[in-house]
Ligand binder design. Sequence first.
Ligand code: BEZ
Length: 211
Amino acid sequence: MAVRLGDIAPDFQAETSEGEIKFHEWLGNSWGVLFSHPADFTPVCTTELGAVAKLRAEFDKRNVKVVALSVDGIESHKNWINDINETQHTHVNFPIIADPAFEVANLYDMVHPNASDKFTVRSVFVIGADKKVKLTITYPASTGRNFDEILRVIDSLQLTAGYNVATPANWKQGEDVIITMAVKDEDIAAKFPKGSTRIKPYLRTTPQPNL
Ligand code: BEZ
């Protein structure tokens, strides 16, 4: 069954390139990103894992643990990591789940049989500290993901968890945000001391409140 927004991320136990993990226990109080790959030793995946390794400090800053998944085995993962480190000039610094029996892949509905019955698609799940699924994205095998976009969404999710705001199209850190409809006009000044702009009764903006 599909894993949907607001669901508790299914828990599992799995072998990874960094040892066995129990997913929820491994996450602890952190946020998480779980992302799947079609297969080891494939070109797009190689660049993706290199890109994520280079962004490790950005994920750490946001209290996010990252784990990849591929349906190949541990020895294959370990050999592939050597290739990734060599070709992407980095050091893979997060675990890769080995899922040869497709247990986790099926739990998270990562196999889309009409795309391929042999490979997992490029799924991304962002999981909050409450273990609930906050974001799902599915990319085709031929398109490498934009991990800056995933960080951008995490910034939005972490901001909107703490304030009555939402983020507009293409929003980036530092830009104005939208005051949600839950806030009455008369309460805005107290809640948003940096000021606000009333463009329409339903469209009110304020400088990013957590900066
Ligand atoms: C790749 O990672 O390059 C890839 C994997 C499976 C199918 C197509 C491309």
